[in-house]
Design a protein. Structure first.
Length: 102
């Protein structure tokens, strides 16, 4: 009987959990989006992309990553886009990184 009551309480608590953290569906996407953004930034840093210090990474609620800023070469720009696209959770990439003039 105690197990049944405990299971019932856990189920009831789980039903109200979204209310405790915001009932807007967008709130749940924010966590996912920030995780994807962090993953992309971490992968760029791990590839020693120090030349991309002026690149901004944003992710929308649909897993679309937006890259913006400047890169020293087209190859560096393309590599950043490829790294972002290969990151877990990313559905597509909009690479708006501009190649800096020499």
């Amino acid at each position: 009987m105690k197990k049944l009551v405990l299971v019932g309480l856990m189920a009831a608590g789980a039903a109200y959990l979204p209310l405790a953290f915001g009932d807007d569906v967008g709130d749940h996407h924010y966590v996912k989006d920030s995780v994807i953004t962090t993953k992309v930034k971490t992968k760029l840093a791990a590839k020693h992309m120090s030349t991309l210090t002026h690149v901004k990474v944003d992710t929308d609620a649909n897993g679309v990553v937006w890259l913006s800023g400047t890169a020293p070469t087209k190859d560096a720009r393309d590599l950043a886009g490829m790294i972002a696209k290969q990151t877990d959770g990313v559905n597509s990439v909009n690479n708006e990184i501009e190649v800096a003039p020499n």
